[in-house]
Design a binder for this molecule. Structure first.
Ligand code: PMP
Ligand code: GLN
Length: 402
């Protein structure tokens, strides 16, 4: 057989799928893959069902239904004060994943470099490479994941075509500071580059924070593509409805790729998301408040077991240093082995953070998803507690601080 494509051929299965499979195999509580276990907003679901039964089920327009594109434009105005021309500046995609793919295929040429921040969502680097680009990594580290000017400057070169920024950042649960965003904007501008902004967690920021899209910073309006996802904003991750907002020439470039990737997105889901984006502010603040409450529930449960977690400013995720879990297991070679053992033996699945780094140092952190029902979170804490107590009784508890 002739060789398949090298970029994809060299890859394994995504860590999210691997850990979810392992969780099923061991009947573990799955705090690995990031998805809420809610049913989703009933009125948004009803809209989709109604549109499916009574609406148009043939190809919708390639850029998306006008009603959804208008709703996205109104959303950008309402939350960020951004004036957007829905006809020339908004496109609907099949999830944020397709938006990212279309952006990279539409903008990147062989030889271009793309600045990526690690930890990075696992789809980024393969898609950069498949588009012909070269990733240039900027590694961020716990506990505060702060961005250093020198490290960022070192990642830029005359070949830099784009920066791919995920803010709020999965899995770090970090919200970039105003200074960090200003620094990124300054370097993007100086390099005459673009910024592909994955902002799927835009409505999942906590403790009174407000999300600031990079596109709203001075000089960034013509350089940024802002990507959102109904999956995250309406707790319906299986829907795969995303949206891109960008200046007309940028959007046009990305639409060229989109037309040959999926062409369109299911129309009934688009109708329902258009309705959802029109919800009153209370829906959006309520979503953040509910996820913040769940974050507290998991963090407190872990703390009662003596397990500290890293600060979490947004997203669905809470990170823990495995060395502080009191489980012993010093023989687990790394965070991957540890997460697998936790799934198999404690019955709780998590994601090892090294999966988000290509040039990983020795990583010791694992990620738990807290976007779950109270009973599920309580069940996970109970299972972890049993293991921790068992380890302590066996004298295995390690005291090395993280
Ligand atoms: N970007 C990030 C940072 C994510 O965590 C995810 C996972 N949901 C996506 C993109 C993909 O979003 P979607 O399901 O809308 O394709
Ligand atoms: N975004 C989700 C996560 O980080 C997973 C999405 C996927 O499974 N590809 O867990």
């Amino acid at each position: 057989m002739r060789q398949a494509n090298r970029t994809f051929g060299a890859l394994g299965t995504s860590v999210f799928e691997t850990m979810s499979r392992l969780a099923r195999q061991h009947e573990a509580i799955n705090l690995g893959q990031g998805f809420p276990d809610d049913r989703g907003a009933p009125d948004v679901l009803a809209k989709a069902a109604e549109a499916l039964l009574t609406g148009w089920n043939q190809y919708p327009p390639m850029l998306g239904l006008p009603e959804l594109r208008q709703a996205v434009a109104r959303h950008e105005q309402r939350f960020y004060g951004l004036a957007v021309d829905w006809e020339r500046e908004v496109m609907v995609t099949s999830g944020a994943t397709e938006a990212l793919t279309a952006a990279l295929l539409g903008l990147i040429e062989p030889g271009d470099e793309v600045v990526l921040f690690a930890p990075a969502y696992d789809a980024y680097a393969p898609m950069v490479r498949r588009a012909g680009g070269t990733p240039r990594w900027v590694n961020l580290y716990p506990p505060d994941w702060s961005l250093d000017r020198r490290a960022l400057e070192a990642a830029f070169s005359p070949r830099t075509k784009a920066v791919l920024l995920n803010n709020p950042l999965n899995p770090a649960a970090k919200v970039f500071t105003a200074e960090e965003l200003a620094l990124i904007a300054e370097l993007v501008d100086g390099a005459d580059a673009y910024a592909i902004c994955d902002e799927v967690y835009e409505h999942l920021v906590f403790d009174g924070r407000r999300h600031v899209p990079l596109i709203t910073l001075p000089g960034m309006r013509e350089r940024c593509l802002k990507i959102g996802s109904a999956g995250k904003t309406f707790s319906l991750t299986g829907w795969k409805v995303g949206y891109v907002t960008a200046a007309p020439p940028l959007l046009a470039a990305v639409a060229k790729a989109h037309q040959f990737i999926v062409f369109t997105t299911p129309p009934n889901l688009q109708t329902a998301v258009a309705y959802g984006l029109g919800q009153p502010d209370a829906y959006f603040s309520g979503l953040a408040a509910e996820m913040e409450r769940r974050r507290g529930k998991l963090a407190e449960g872990l703390a009662e077991l003596g397990i500290p977690s890293l600060p979490c400013q947004g997203t669905y995720f809470l990170n823990v240093d495995r060395r502080a879990m009191g489980l012993g297991w010093n023989d687990a070679a790394d965070d991957v082995a540890f997460a697998m053992r936790l799934t198999a033996e404690a019955g709780v699945a998590a994601i090892p953070l090294s999966a988000f780094y290509e040039e990983a140092p020795d990583f010791d952190h694992i990620r738990f998803c807290f976007a779950k029902q109270d009973a599920v979170l309580a069940g996970a804490v109970e299972r972890l507690g049993r293991k921790v107590r068992g380890a302590a009784a066996a004298g295995e508890r390690i005291t090395r601080p993280p």
